[in-house]
Design a protein around this ligand. Structure first.
Ligand code: 3PG
Length: 212
């Protein structure tokens, strides 16, 4: 699956920080049951790789990716684990769009966007979206960079996701609000499915102009 196909499967990509392997499968199933099938498991905990493996093996319908990838070795590790995609908070020096697994790189400025386009990327994570200008920044980027598409992440929530998704250069948004840490700790999977269902109902452009 190409990155464009993955990013247009659902309007919201849950950004997951999982502390216990035992949470991975029920959390993944709860999100998929609510309609969010593209899951980003961040490499921020010691059990992240084990969680990714468990989700790939046991969560039917999930498209599992690795987040917080900050170098080429981590991208390769994600590919070896069987991830469908990877996400980075920034541009990784030397990494291009072609690689062992699709990569969604983060950018925060026009200079980074120019470097990312030169490396073959067409879709970028605007990060941290709400801090670096949010909806206004994406509107401003659209005229000089009509070929660039975005998945804004960082400070995106149920309250503002629709504003981002209404922009012509936004393919989806990312966020942790659909899997609150206290709900995961409490095993409140029904709450997570409800949050996922609300997020999945947000309008997403059906035919993304992004090339695969
Ligand atoms: C990320 O890495 O994308 C962010 O941690 C997610 O940001 P959020 O917690 O504000 O949704």
């Amino acid at each position: 699956m190409s990155l464009a196909e993955i990013l247009t499967r659902a309007p919201v990509i849950p950004v997951l920080v999982i502390d216990e392997v035992a949470h991975a499968i029920p959390l993944g199933r709860a999100l998929v049951a609510g309609g969010l099938s593209v899951l980003e498991v961040t490499f921020r905990t010691p059990v992240a790789a084990a969680c990714i493996e468990a989700m790939i093996a046991e969560v039917e319908g999930a498209v599992v990716g690795a987040g917080t990838v900050i170098n080429g070795a981590m991208r390769q590790r994600a590919a070896d684990l069987g991830c469908a995609f990877t996400v980075s908070p920034g541009l990784i020096a030397g990494e291009r769009a072609d690689g062992p697994v699709p990569l969604l790189p983060g950018i925060a400025t026009p200079t980074e966007l120019i470097a990312g386009l030169a490396a073959g990327f067409e879709v970028f994570k605007l990060f941290p979206a709400n801090i670096v200008g949010g909806v206004g920044a994406l509107k401003a980027f659209h005229s000089p960079f009509p070929q660039a598409r975005f998945c804004p992440t960082g400070g995106v929530s149920a309250a503002n996701a629709a504003d981002y998704l209404a922009l012509p250069n936004v393919v989806c948004v990312g966020g942790s609000w659909v899997a609150p840490a206290e709900a995961v700790r409490a095993g409140d999977w029904d709450r997570i499915t409800r949050l996922a269902r609300e997020a999945a109902a947000l309008a997403q452009r059906p035919a993304s102009p992004v090339e695969g």
